[in-house]
Design a binder for this molecule. Structure first.
Ligand SMILES: [Zn+2]
Length: 101
């Protein structure tokens, strides 16, 4: 089994999978019962992920994982900070323009 990858933002163990749309999707390394992504491994050791549907529910060889973006702590804490900084910048610009006396 290959060593797990780690998120560059929060350092959590993640697993890179390939979605049905051939995109890379990072999921949490550990399965989670509330996950919405079915992760399986193909014959060549590539991790695949897909959304289970009514027609194609979770298969016995698949496990539910959460996409890492849903649990990434680094992203959740930095996003509000970016928003606040943006608001401060806007306020300063407005003051510079309209504040002449
Ligand atoms: Zn992360």
């Amino acid at each position: 089994m290959p060593a797990p990858s780690h998120c560059g933002v929060c350092g959590a163990a993640i697993r890179w999978t390939i979605t049905e749309g051939r995109k890379r999707l990072a999921v949490d390394a550990e399965p989670h019962p509330d996950g919405n992504t079915a992760v399986s491994r193909d014959g060549r050791g590539t991790w695949l992920s897909r959304r289970p549907t009514e027609d194609l529910p979770l298969a016995p060889f698949e496990k539910l994982h959460k996409p890492h973006v849903a649990t990434c702590t680094g992203r959740q804490s930095s996003e509000p900070m970016t928003r606040c900084l943006g608001v401060i910048n806007l306020d300063e610009r407005r003051r510079d323009r309209g504040g002449r006396r």
